[in-house]
Design a protein around this ligand. Structure first.
Ligand code: ZN
Length: 414
């Protein structure tokens, strides 16, 4: 069983949407009312109590608190408490320059929260939300239609968060419980992450999958070119800083989308192959795998790796596959055949070359070492002869993305 958040677009007629937005606007007014109370008290007396008890009393004096569901109003109260908690934590740490938590803009629509068993029902795509019993217009609940991904069936909805922003309009975020798939076997695979090959996976029979990192690189190269035309952020040009942030977000989104495709494909293949455990390096060697001479890598160097680990872990979880992190120290420098560690001169055109005669795709060598670290056995040892076999790489196509795959074990031994 896994818990995940499903985002859904809220479809509602004009009147329903107006009521919903009014409830969200009530939440903003309540938030500001509570903030005002605490700030006022703090400014007058130098202290204030951001406690539930204290704020519940204030909540009763705020007429707009009746404009939306009572448990949602309590959630607003908790948001205020949270804001004050971090404010007090900062002051305690001696950072007294911070001001008391600020107001939300009057025109903002604040989120509405619902918890399992209280104030909402979901039947098919029909979401019914209770708005409490105290609204002036007398509306007690609204029903909206949700538009969401269809490929996922869930058994329970633990909660709903309703948000609004200008780009997406009203959105429902459903926290759902999904039954995880069961692994089909007990095979194992180890993963090495890199730049040239984003993912190199070696299975327990020596089969190796290579997912090229070329597209990730080209996305970053493109946005680097765009960035070069924009003045760097500085104190005197805030607008440009904003443009910088925008570029960063667009770039991240594109890279993330690509990584989603790669990791989804990889985890699915693992599942089909009967894998129940994936070993990934713990990224201790992250520096040695990044070519810092490349201008691209001055920035954003580590995050794609962490993203991949996060995505693989999450998706594997949905497939009932366990992910373990293992030490990857020296895995890229160690010869998988003879165990010798050498710092330099290991790579020639993507090949790991050792004096002992071992010569394989460098990332496959690294992945084999991670496999060895995780499972205490080599994925490349032929059971019959005890000899270490050599992986051979074949390119295959995955949509618009190029993936490389090895031949079967039989071919490897040849
Ligand atoms: Zn060697």
């Amino acid at each position: 069983m896994s818990v995940l958040t499903l985002k859904a677009k809220v479809i509602a007629d004009e009147q329903t949407q107006a009521v919903l937005l009014d409830a969200m606007s009530c939440a903003t007014k309540v938030y500001n009312g509570l903030i005002w109370h605490l700030r006022d008290e703090f400014e007058r007396t130098g202290k204030t109590k951001a406690t539930r008890k204290n704020l519940n009393a204030v909540l009763k004096t705020l007429p707009r608190a009746k404009g939306y569901y009572s448990l949602s109003a309590q959630a607003t109260r908790d948001e205020v408490i949270q804001a004050y908690k971090s404010f007090f934590a900062l002051r305690k740490a001696g950072r007294t320059q911070h001001q008391t938590p600020g107001f939300r803009r009057k025109t903002d629509y604040s989120p509405l929260r619902y918890y399992e068993g209280f104030g909402f029902t979901l039947e098919g795509d029909q979401l019914n939300l209770s708005l409490g019993t105290g609204r002036q217009d007398g509306v007690k609940s609204v029903t909206v239609t949700l538009q969401m991904r269809q490929d996922l069936s869930f058994q329970r909805v633990r909660g709903v968060l309703l948000t609004y922003d200008k780009t997406h309009g009203p959105c429902a975020h459903l926290v759902v419980e999904v039954a995880a798939k069961q692994p089909l076997g007990n095979r194992r695979v180890a993963v090495d992450l890199g730049e040239t090959q984003a993912i190199t996976a070696i299975f327990d029979d020596g089969a190796t999958l290579l997912y090229s990192g070329r597209l990730v690189k080209s996305i970053r190269r493109y946005w680097n070119k765009v960035r070069a035309k924009v003045k760097p952020p500085g104190a005197e040009n805030r607008r440009k800083s904003r443009r910088f942030g925008q570029i960063e977000r667009k770039e991240s989104r594109q890279v993330e989308q690509l990584l989603h495709i790669l990791t989804a494909d990889f985890v699915h293949r693992c599942w089909l192959a009967g894998v129940d455990t994936i070993a990934v390096g713990d990224l201790t060697g992250i520096r040695e795998r990044i070519d810092y001479t490349d201008a691209l890598n001055q920035r954003l160097h580590a995050w794609p790796f962490r993203k991949i680990v996060g995505m693989v872990t999450y998706k594997a979880g949905l497939h009932g596959i366990r992910v373990t992190e293992v030490s990857e120290s020296y895995t890229s420098q160690t010869c998988h055949a003879c165990g010798e560690v050498k710092k330099s001169g290991r790579k020639h055109r993507g090949l790991y070359v050792c004096a002992c005669g071992w010569q394989v795709q460098a990332d496959a060598n690294g992945a084999a070492n991670i496999f060895q670290n995780a499972f205490k056995v080599s994925p490349l040892t032929e059971r019959s002869s005890g000899r270490v076999a050599r992986p051979v790489v074949l390119p295959i196509r995955l949509g618009w993305h190029t993936v490389h795959e090895t031949k079967s074990k039989v071919a490897l031994a040849a």
